[in-house]
Design a protein around this ligand. Structure first.
Ligand code: NAD
Length: 491
């Protein structure tokens, strides 16, 4: 076993107890950097998942968790405090199990979501209009007093990915709990420890009642599927691939499951011909951050034909000098891919790009200087046609495609001609850039470097990038049912 700078939690949390699988089975957590086993974690079967679901159901149906606002708020504040106390351990754990660069942990991997991911929904418990009065209305000769009540959905299954695991998890957990639901969290098998840490913290450092929050780890994806099939689960909150998102909808249809799906993306960065190219174009290399394993990455760079050569030279420089290597080194912005499977998948896409006629100008392979680790070089394709596979599909690796366009209308057409609609950006003179941004069918877009990230921002996708929103009031409401109630006026 590796020498670790933190103490991993190998146990799951089921019905208030920190437990191993009944079978005693565990699976390996493997380092993307050394390719060696870091340690192990409980490997649940469907039976443990069913136990966790029943516990969450019982906690929802028989405790006052869903209605006791002040208690919930107090528990979430305890959770925030306990997480902050373990921040540096969590940072080391995230670097070890995801291969994320240390620098990125000070942004969206750890510090970003830790700042307001729990606090914002916790404060919404006081701010949110749980009951709304409508004007009295007369019908059938009597006048009724009318109200709209917002109530917790019930039991929610949260299924998370490995790329920004803590960020996704904490944004789900805090909103699900703040809105009065109970839940089962099923993390990706590649990065289980940040979730089991959360389980231990909830069990040992908060008053959250047994069964309200459960964590089940498994190497078998189908154990997660129990959540989508169970009649005891009211909603699935999922972040991951579009293929799995579709399967979750299909499997959940039998029980008319509510779904929140945050899926893939193939976003465009549009540089208009009046943009400051030398300041803007090299920024597109940010697509390599955390080895491109982010759903909001802008993996298509759209350059105007009138300034195409100039733009290509600038982005070539940006990609050639992108700092990558050992994630522990603060200077690096890119480490390895999370697994051998993902590394091979990315290399497969690069080969497809070459086969379909795109011009490879930077990278394209495994870096010769890295003896171990699932690294792929920052890779740049130019002269890409928007119909090519590398321009259509989510690669989830450090690969950028440069696509030329004729005019603003052509840029809008190319950006929109994709099944995804998750993110994007536009650079150019302000009014023109805002007009282009308005025409893009996407759930989030930055103009001239504007940043939309935050717990109060409802993040999510158009088209096959998802259904619903993570965070913000829209995200908060998504975890609530609506009840309308009326009684005789004056009663
Ligand atoms: P995935 O969608 O298969 O896995 C994500 C989560 O879903 C994991 O926890 C997994 O155990 C679970 N899961 C898988 N099958 C399931 C099922 N049938 N029922 C319930 N849960 C199930 O993603 P992956 O295979 O790990 O990665 C493949 C691709 O997904 C990536 O290359 C990338 O394109 C995409 N991805 C996107 C995001 C994102 O944030 N949008 C995150 C991770 C991966």
């Amino acid at each position: 076993m590796a020498d670790l700078k933190f103490t991993p939690e190998r146990r799951m949390l089921i019905d208030g107890q920190l437990v191993f699988a009944d079978s005693g089975k565990e699976f390996d957590n493997i380092s993307p950097v050394t390719e060696e086993v870091l340690g192990t974690v409980a490997d649940a079967s469907a039976a443990e998942m069913q136990r966790a679901i029943k516990a969450a159901r019982r906690a929802f149906d028989t405790t006052d968790w869903s209605t006791n606002h002040q208690f919930r708020k107090q528990c979430l504040l305890q959770l925030h405090e306990a997480l902050v106390a373990e921040k540096e351990e969590l940072r080391e754990e995230i670097i070890a199990e995801t291969g994320a660069p240390r620098a990125v942990t000070y942004m969206a991997q750890v510090d970003g979501p830790l700042a307001d991911g729990v606090l914002w929904p916790a404060h919404q418990i006081d701010e949110f209009p749980w009951k709304r009065r409508l004007p009295d209305a007369e019908m059938f000769g009597s006048v009724s007093h009318r109200e709209v009540w917002k109530e917790a959905m019930g039991v929610i299954g949260a299924i998370t990915p490995w790329n920004y695991p803590f960020e996704v998890t904490i944004n789900k957990v805090a909103q699900i709990l703040a809105t009065g639901n109970t839940m089962v969290l099923k993390p990706a098998p590649d990065t289980p420890w940040n979730a089991t840490r959360l389980g231990r913290i909830v069990a040992e450092k908060t008053d959250i009642p047994a069964g309200v929050f459960n964590v089940v780890t498994s190497s078998d994806h189908l154990v997660g599927e129990e959540l989508t099939l169970s009649p005891d689960v009211d909603m699935i909150s999922f972040t991951g691939s579009t293929a799995t998102g579709k399967r979750i909808m299909e499997k959940g249809a039998a029980t008319l499951k509510r779904v929140f799906l945050e899926l893939g993306g193939k976003s465009a960065m549009i540089v208009l011909d009046d943009a400051d190219f030398s300041a803007v174009v090299p920024m597109a290399s940010i697509v390599c951050m955390h080895a491109g394993q982010g759903c909001a990455m802008q993996t298509r760079l759209l350059l105007p034909r009138s300034r195409y050569e100039e733009g290509v030279e600038l982005i070539k420089a940006g990609m050639s000098f992108f700092p990558y290597g050992d994630p522990d080194d603060m200077a690096n912005m890119m480490g390895p891919l999370v697994s051998e499977k993902q590394r091979d998948r990315v290399l497969g896409y690069i080969q497809k790009g070459i086969d379909e006629g795109a011009k490879l100008v930077v990278g394209g392979g495994k870096p010769a200087q890295m003896e171990k680790g699932w690294y792929v070089e920052p890779t740049l394709f130019i002269d890409v046609d928007n119909s090519m596979t590398i321009a259509r599909e989510e690669i989830f690796g450090p690969v950028l495609c440069v696509i030329p366009y004729d005019d603003d209308a052509d840029a809008i057409r190319i950006a929109n001609e994709n099944e995804y609609g998750l993110s994007g950006s536009v650079f150019g003179s302000h009014e023109r850039a805002v007009a282009v941004a308005a025409a893009i069918r996407t759930g989030s877009i930055g103009v001239n470097g504007g940043v939309w990230y935050g717990a109060d921002m409802p993040y999510g996708g158009y088209k096959t990038s998802g259904i619903g929103r993570q965070n913000g009031i829209e995200g908060f409401e998504q975890h609530l049912e609506t009840k309308i109630i009326a009684w005789p006026a004056g009663a």
